[in-house]
Every structure is written in structure tokens, then in C-alpha cells.
Design a protein around this ligand. Structure first.
Ligand SMILES: [Zn+2]
Ligand SMILES: [Zn+2]
Length: 89
């Protein structure tokens, strides 16, 4: 697998232009994607974006959970406070 001499892994009829840094497959100009300045094939870029999206989703989820937990604490304490105020009357 040397640069420029191979065939695209996804298009056997096309000349390879570069090598994907992740799967090490030879890829043609159409399959080459530049992301963060690094060559990747469309498949690996898709996987990477999917991973990034999942990471973001997980972050959102934990932040949302934290917010919900704080809200629950507020509601419980607010309820207790209101109840104690009612009982004190
Ligand atoms: Zn790849
Ligand atoms: Zn290709």
C-alpha cells in the first residue's frame, strides 16, 4: 500500500489518492475527507461523527439529569418547608 499506486478500497476502478488514518485503506479523492486536518475515508469519518454525537448526547443527558436532580431536591425541600409551615399554623 503506497501512496498513489493503489486502488480505492471503495472504488476499485479508481486510483487511490491517500490512506485513511483509521482503517489504513487506500482511498480515492472522492472518498477522502479532511476532518481536523486528517485524512479519513467517509466510513471512518461517519463512525467518528457518530461517536462524537453519542458523547455529546451523553453529556447532555448527564447535565439534564443533574438539573432534574437539583429540581427534585428543590421541590422536596420546598414541599417539606411548605408542609412544616402548614403544620406550624
Ligand atoms: Zn477509514
Ligand atoms: Zn473511492
Amino acid at each position: 500500500m503506497s501512496l498513489g499506486s493503489g486502488r480505492c478500497h471503495y472504488h476499485p476502478d479508481r486510483a487511490g489518492l491517500g490512506i485513511c488514518v483509521e482503517c489504513r485503506n487506500v482511498i480515492c479523492v472522492e472518498c477522502t475527507t479532511q476532518f481536523e486536518g486528517i485524512n479519513r475515508c467517509a466510513t471512518c469519518l461517519g463512525k467518528r461523527l457518530e461517536k462524537a454525537r453519542r458523547l455529546v448526547a451523553r453529556n447532555d443527558w448527564s447535565f439534564g439529569n443533574l438539573f432534574l436532580a437539583a429540581l427534585c431536591v428543590l421541590i422536596v425541600f420546598g414541599g417539606l418547608y411548605g408542609l412544616s409551615a402548614l403544620l406550624a399554623d
